[in-house]
Ligand binder design. Structure first.
Ligand SMILES: *[C@@H]1O[C@H](CO)[C@@H](O)[C@H](O)[C@H]1NC(C)=O
Ligand SMILES: *[C@@H]1O[C@H](CO)[C@@H](O)[C@H](O)[C@H]1NC(C)=O
Ligand SMILES: *[C@@H]1O[C@H](CO)[C@@H](O)[C@H](O)[C@H]1NC(C)=O
Ligand SMILES: *[C@@H]1O[C@H](CO)[C@@H](O)[C@H](O)[C@H]1NC(C)=O
Ligand SMILES: *[C@@H]1O[C@H](CO)[C@@H](O)[C@H](O)[C@H]1NC(C)=O
Length: 741
């Protein structure tokens, strides 16, 4: 099921290996850059935690062979929470110490950037070249907001074109001047770094002395906050790059400051050699592991946590796919929270039949009345109890059709990774590409490409749901442990909000097809055989369960369509399960017409050729049946009665007829008020009943050996005068529609 061919796979691994070797050479041995013009280049950053954003930053540096010095790792951060308050003086003090070592080297160019929300888009050569064009000794990035002290806005020199205000998330300069800037006055760790640099810049004397300029038009630095509309992701061959379309520049460092960090995450899926249209996903291979070659006995222990939070159609298939996940069951713990009484029996059957094959099982039944967020927290804690190495959250609407899904997700080696699941034929998936300002769904620029698999890869996204794998290490981390509580948010929103606030990246992967989502929004469990009623909401699943397995063979040009009588065609349409459940629906409803000419269900109240029947309207299936006519019957009609098109087909008379000897065994010869009639056999001659069949009088031709789930199609009038032959024993059921009366 892996769509990526092995050879490509191997080449990419080699490329990844080569890149990492290059990286270590440059990181630990600056001298290897000696063939470069700017060997005196250093990127300095501050990071106290190795967040996912930090790893992404390092990766981009590695891609462009940029030597990095990381300050503050493992230190306690004293710069305050810059998300909500000013702060960051700590960064300056760390930088001050570092610059002591470089301040006497007048040629040394130091690039300073933040790291959690920064991606590098180019190597030292280009960066220094651009820097030199400024004819300055220090260049700060610029943005459109004056922060943290708006009062200073008027003190800034006016700019004709470009962003006016200083942002301290990125700057570049020669070491001596940078040292002079950071030591110009004292700064406390919890002072604001941006304010500090702003004051230096706004001091005309210092500005001239240190020759400080701002990068107004993003020749080097692109701050995204307030400027998202200025930039566009572009592709040139095997390279994705960022274009600032307002200033016609191609920035070299991108900073997702403030609320723009989610946009940075989206762009980061492509930039710095992550994805391009020629190679596809390159970052997919970062850190990925291979389990496939290993002994299954060595596979990691996984807790699969199943949540049935509402009655969900096709749960039977869901459980079947769960059971058939290709993974040693003795390596799997199972946690099941079922809050739907409707499914109690099915779940109980499943667990009593298969429970023992799993390492352990833990269940929470509807009677416990456990709330969703509480159940999800219990499952996370159960993962700790059983020391799971991975945790698979599996909601009842998430069907893993690919039995290798679990292994493939583990191999991806990400803290949180979801398989892309989609409601078939819809644009509804289990991830969001972007968020609105208040945290709800927004469509990202690449959402449609991803859900249609026009772009395959592993995507950093702000929200995943229904099915995702979490690393046990994250669950055991004292600060990063997932939580399903956040103010009044629903559990899914709370989980993702917490992950985002802790800077844990959530990924969705569509590298291969993993499965699909079932729509549980309109599941009416008061119906008998309620899934039959799901054609409109869950067509794909409905077809899997009810369509005849050879339905599509009808369209195979090699196939000769059966024609038991002249212009009477015969097709497999629905399967035995459909027939059985359909009859059950009718018999449960039970109000068969009385077989007289008086029929209050009809407009005129009169039926010329009455049968014992139940109309689709009476059992709430009229709309569904019309959809059956549109989706499955019409294409067959066009196949055999060439040149007649009627889309959608119309039909007012859609009904199940019951023939039995003691009631109404047969039907006298008649025409139908239809252009064509269909007649689906719902049970079997010689087994369920004897006699019966349909006779076309003009041709003296009868179809008596009707086939279960097969449909007869014939013209309604003039040529196909016909009768129902007597049933002599048992009960015969047929489904009839008069199409295009
Ligand atoms: C951040 O780093 C500090 C110091 O090493 C550590 O105590 C803390 O657990 C880390 N936090 C996260 C979220 O990793
Ligand atoms: C998984 O990824 C982490 C980084 O997130 C890396 O340190 C680790 O080596 C990877 N695991 C394997 C088995 O390669
Ligand atoms: C579908 O067609 C194949 C090949 O003709 C046949 O062997 C199989 O029995 C058919 N399936 C059903 C359910 O009739
Ligand atoms: C039809 O038959 C030909 C010859 O046997 C075969 O090559 C072709 O694949 C068949 N087409 C389909 C759609 O089965
Ligand atoms: C009609 O067909 C039946 C059986 O095939 C045959 O016995 C009968 O004679 C036919 N009737 C006419 C009028 O041809």
């Amino acid at each position: 099921m892996c769509v990526v061919r092995k050879s490509v796979n191997m080449t990419l691994r080699r490329v990844a290996l080569l890149l990492s070797v290059l990286y270590f050479v440059t990181l630990f041995n600056g001298a290897s850059l000696k063939d470069r013009k700017y060997k005196d280049f250093l990127l300095v950053t501050v990071a106290t935690n190795q967040t996912d954003g930090f790893q992404r930053f390092l990766r981009s540096a590695k891609v462009y062979n940029i030597p990095v010095k990381v300050l503050g790792l493992g230190e306690k951060w004293e710069g305050g929470d810059v998300r909500s308050h000013a702060g960051g003086g700590h960064k300056i003090n760390l930088l001050k110490k570092e610059l002591l070592e470089h301040k006497d080297d007048p040629d040394k160019v130091i690039l300073f950037t933040d790291s959690y929300d920064v991606i590098l888009l180019s190597g030292p050569d280009k960066i220094v070249q651009q820097f030199e064009r400024f004819d300055a000794r220090v260049v700060f990035s610029a943005e459109g907001f004056c922060w943290p002290d708006e009062g200073l806005a008027s003190k800034y020199p006016a700019v004709q074109r470009g962003k006016r205000y200083l942002n301290s998330g990125g700057f570049i300069g020669y070491a001596p001047e940078l040292y002079n800037v950071v030591t110009s006055t004292a700064v406390a760790n919890d002072d604001d770094d941006q304010l500090f640099y702003t004051k230096v810049y706004l001091n005309e004397e210092l500005r001239d002395k240190f020759r400080i300029k701002l990068d107004h038009r993003s020749d080097i630095f692109q701050n995204l906050n307030g400027a998202i509309a200025d930039v566009e992701l572009m592709f040139r061959g095997q390279e994705a790059y960022l274009q600032n379309t307002v200033y016609s520049t191609a920035p070299l460092v991108i900073h997702g400051n403030g609320p723009s960090k989610l946009v940075l995450n989206t762009l980061g899926n492509y930039l710095a050699n992550s994805w391009n249209p020629e190679d596809g996903c390159l970052s997919c291979w970062d850190d990925s592991v291979v389990l496939e070659d290993k002994d299954p006995k060595s596979y990691p222990i996984v807790l699969i946590a199943v949540f049935i939070e509402q009655p969900t159609p096709f749960l039977e298939e869901f459980l079947d796919k769960l059971y058939h996940i290709e993974y040693p069951r003795e390596k799997l713990h199972l946690f099941v929270h079922n809050s739907a009484e409707f499914h109690a029996e099915l779940v109980e059957d499943f667990l009593s039949q298969h429970g023992e094959e799993y390492r352990t099982i833990k269940r929470i039944n509807p009677s416990h009345k456990t709330k969703e967020s509480e159940a999800r927290s219990l499952a996370i804690n159960y993962c700790l109890t059983v020391e799971c190495e991975y945790y698979l959250n599996l909601d009842s609407d998430a069907h893993l059709d690919n039995p290798h899904a679990l292994r493939l997700l583990i191999e991806q080696n990400r803290s949180v990774v979801a398989p892309l699941l989609l409601r078939p034929y819809k644009a509804w998936s289990n991830f969001w590409g972007a968020l609105t300002a208040d945290g709800f769904y927004a469509r990202s620029m690449d959402y449609m490409e991803i859900i249609h698999n026009d772009r395959r890869g592993v995507w950093n996204v702000p929200y995943v749901n229904s099915c995702y794998l979490i690393k046990g290490a994250l669950i055991r981390h004292p600060e990063l442990k997932p939580s399903y509580m956040y103010n009044q948010l629903d559990a899914d929103m709370a989980f993702c909000t917490n992950m985002r606030e802790k800077d844990v990246f959530m990924y969705v992967t569509n590298r291969v097809d993993f499965g699909h989502l079932v729509n549980a929004d309109n599941f009416d469990t008061s119906r008998v055989n309620s899934e039959i009623y799901q054609l409109l909401d869950n067509r794909w699943d409905w077809e899997q369960r009810y369509l005849h397995e050879n339905y599509t063979e009808n369209f195979n040009p090699n196939n000769t369509i059966a024609q038991p009588c002249p212009d009477v065609y015969w097709f497999p349409v629905v399967n035995p399960r459909f027939c059985k459940e359909f009859i059950e629906i009718m018999e449960h409803y039970g109000q068969w017409s009385d077989g007289t000419n008086k029929d209050p269900r009809l407009d005129g109240g009169y039926e010329n050729v009455p049968t014992r029947d139940i109309h689709m309207k009476q059992v709430g299936l009229e709309a569904h049946w019309l959809e059956v006519l549109r989706l499955y019957v019409r294409p067959l009609q066009e196949l055999v009665f060439t040149g007649y098109f009627h889309d959608p087909p119309r039909a007012f008379m859609n009904f199940v007829v019951r023939y039995r000897p003691e009631e109404q065994p047969s039907l006298r010869p008649h025409h139908d008020s239809s252009t064509y009639t269909i007649n689906v056999a719902l049970n079997r001659p010689k087994i369920d009943y004897e006699g019966g069949g349909c006779r076309f009088i003009r041709y003296n031709c009868s179809v008596t050996d009707t086939r279960l789930g097969w449909m007869l199609m014939h013209p309604g009038r003039l040529t196909h005068y016909h009768e129902g032959l007597p049933v002599t024993k048992g009960t015969r059921y047929i489904m009839i529609s008069f199409v295009d009366p």
